[in-house]
Design a protein. Structure first.
Length: 621
């Protein structure tokens, strides 16, 4: 026996109407069919049935499979095509390298102009692409001609020599050099008398002349400004004998270069320094230690500024005055006077008193007893403080506020024996015994249908089949274990446990009242609030940074930079909708686009939606 099924499917509007020849039919005025979207690589790995259709996301066009290969519909239907001037390959090109001109139905593709942006690095071959004699000094970059680029010389030792018109080769053997022995020292006849140098030697090949600096021969005239630096002086080797008198002034010392290690102990005396030659800029910070200071005269002497100079004085001559002018304002003791005022022993400074009167033990500020008077007022024994009474009248035992008895009258009204209080009646009429509102008998038929003996009222049957006695559907006993798990005694049915832990009575899991104040939703006993305010669209015309007051933001003309807040912390989950209608590119904070590529700009006429994942702003639209 063979069964055959056939059918038709209609999706969208008017599902009741479908063409008899349709297997699958779509109909809608507000929705579209989105077919499979694949890349070149993904599509090329498939060999589907002939006639398969897919949208290629790399080519931005529909493709169909002809049984052998994928056919691009955009190219296969006719010979028409679209020419774009967009700089797709060379993104930063400002020139049109290729131009397209039309003559009737013919299109000409011609080279417009080739600029440096269109030439691949190292692709120009000098032998074939560069015209001879076209490279001049204007085309050569400074320092680009190396020795290897120069033409070879003729003989070993050739030199390039300028003859007044051009560079010519000339051998070193024909160049007239007046220095015969190449020893400059032999041309020195003597040192200048009174100069800084001293001549030694006989001036012969065996004992040539040599020059040396006289001790103390370097004075101000021989030292260039700032010539003596720390690295020129061996640590601790500059002593008094090595420095001419008054030779060191400020101009000879590079700022901040004299360090403690560069000065021998006691080497700098007054006579070695030009008057006023060492200023603050010539001394390295912390370089003047105690050992560098000139010795005093008598033990116990101090250095004091007299308004013009530092001078030595004896400590007994010091006149130390009270800093604030009052030797009586120190804190010596604390006491409490008869007026309960806590006071320092020297009360000269205003505000050093503290009034302790409210804390004194007397008969007016203690709670000694509680009593109820004849007016049912709960009162403290010391009623001096207003508000320490509580009215207990509503709770007094009298004949008007107790329930003494309950009765039902002829009208079926349930009434308290003391009806003085309005609303203490309850109408029992619906529950009076008559022929229409009682259940007189109940029976269960063979189909397990529970039926009232008076079936006049429709719907008085209840199907009890699910409750028939078998081994799987009875609840024989219920218990709650120590883990607050409610369990049936017959656990044959899976899932007959209910965890009651969330319903344990504590201070954190009860349902409390909700209140709405303005746009803020809050629990009655919970500090957490939810702001339900709908944030308006914000228009920006100047550079700004997003914060929690923004949601939908329009970038108008005038803005070029939009900062993003930190993605983590309180901003986790926050969403911003940003639309750029400024007319140009806007720089932004960092975000990951839909391809998970880091972006820091938004193009003109572009809208993005970003959300914080706790670490990064992610584009989600």
């Amino acid at each position: 026996m063979i069964n055959t099924l056939s059918g038709q499917i209609k999706i969208g509007d008017n599902p009741q109407n479908i063409d008899p020849t349709s297997v699958l039919e779509l109909e809608s005025t507000s929705r579209v069919l989105v077919i499979t979207r694949l890349t070149d690589a993904q599509m090329g790995s498939l060999s589907p049935l002939r006639g398969a259709i897919v949208y290629n996301t790399d080519q931005d066009c529909l493709h169909y499979y002809d049984g052998t290969s994928w056919i691009n519909i955009c190219e296969a239907f006719d010979n028409s095509f679209t020419v774009s001037t967009n700089a797709v390959f060379n993104l930063f090109s400002r020139d049109s390298t290729v131009v397209v001109t039309q003559t009737d139905t013919n299109y000409n593709f011609e080279v417009n102009q080739i600029t440096g942006e269109n030439i691949v690095d190292t692709s120009i071959n000098g032998a074939s692409e560069i015209q001879q004699g076209s490279i001049t000094g204007l085309q050569l970059q400074d320092s680009t001609v190396t020795f290897d680029k120069l033409a070879r010389g003729g003989n070993t030792g050739d030199l390039l020599k300028w003859n007044g018109a051009q560079w010519v080769l000339e051998n070193e053997s024909v160049i007239d050099i007046t220095e015969k022995d190449s020893i400059v020292g032999n041309e020195i006849l003597d040192a200048r008398l009174g100069g800084s140098l001293e001549r030694f030697g006989a001036g012969s090949d065996i004992d040539p002349f040599t020059l040396d600096v006289l001790d103390g021969g370097i004075g101000n005239d021989e030292l260039a400004p700032n010539a003596v630096t720390t690295d020129k002086i061996l640590d601790g080797e500059v002593s008094t004998n090595d420095i001419s008198d008054n030779a060191i002034n400020s101009a000879k010392i590079e700022d901040g270069q004299v360090d403690t290690q560069d000065i021998a102990d006691d080497a700098i005396t007054i006579i070695k320094m030009g008057l006023g030659s060492v200023g603050t800029n010539q001394i390295v910070d912390d370089a003047v230690t105690r050992v560098k200071l000139e010795n005093g005269i008598n033990p116990g002497e101090l250095m004091q500024w007299d308004g013009t100079n530092w001078v030595l004085i004896n400590e007994t001559a010091l006149n130390i005055t009270e800093v604030d002018g009052d030797p009586e304002n120190e804190l010596s003791d604390i006491g409490v006077d008869a007026s309960n005022i806590l006071t320092l022993s020297n009360p000269a400074t205003p505000g050093n008193q503290v009034d302790l009167t409210p804390y004194v033990n007397d008969d007016t500020n203690e709670l000694s007893d509680i009593g109820v008077d004849a007016s049912n007022i709960l009162t403290l024994s010391n009623p001096a403080t207003p508000g320490n009474q509580v009215d207990l009248t509503p709770y007094v035992n009298d004949d008007t506020n107790e329930l003494s008895d309950i009765g039902v009258d002829a009208s079926n009204i349930l009434t308290l024996s003391n009806p003085a209080t309005p609303g203490n009646q309850v109408d029992l009429t619906p529950y009076v015994n008559d022929d229409t509102n009682e259940l007189s008998d109940i029976g269960v038929d063979a189909s397990n249908i529970l039926t009232l003996s008076n079936p006049a009222t429709p719907g008085n049957q209840v199907d009890l089949t699910p409750y028939v006695n078998d081994d799987t559907n009875e609840l024989s006993d219920i218990g709650v274990d120590a883990s607050n798990i409610l369990t049936l005694s017959n656990p044959a049915t899976p899932g007959n446990q209910v965890d009651l832990t969330p319903y344990v009575n504590d201070d954190t899991n009860e349902i409390q009242d909700l209140t709405l104040t303005g746009n803020t939703l809050a629990l009655s006993a919970d500090a957490t609030t939810v702001n339900l305010a709908i944030k308006p669209i914000t228009s920006l015309v100047t550079d700004d940074t997003l914060d929690n007051s923004h949601y939908t933001v329009l970038l108008n003309a005038g803005i070029s930079n939009l900062g993003f807040p930190v993605a983590g912390g309180a901003n986790t989950g926050r969403i911003y909708i940003i639309k750029n209608i400024s007319g140009g590119l806007v720089n932004t904070g960092s975000y990951q686009d839909l391809l998970n590529t880091t972006q820091t700009t938004i193009n003109n006429n572009t809208t993005i939606t970003i959300q914080s994942d706790g670490a990064t702003w992610q584009q989600i639209n």
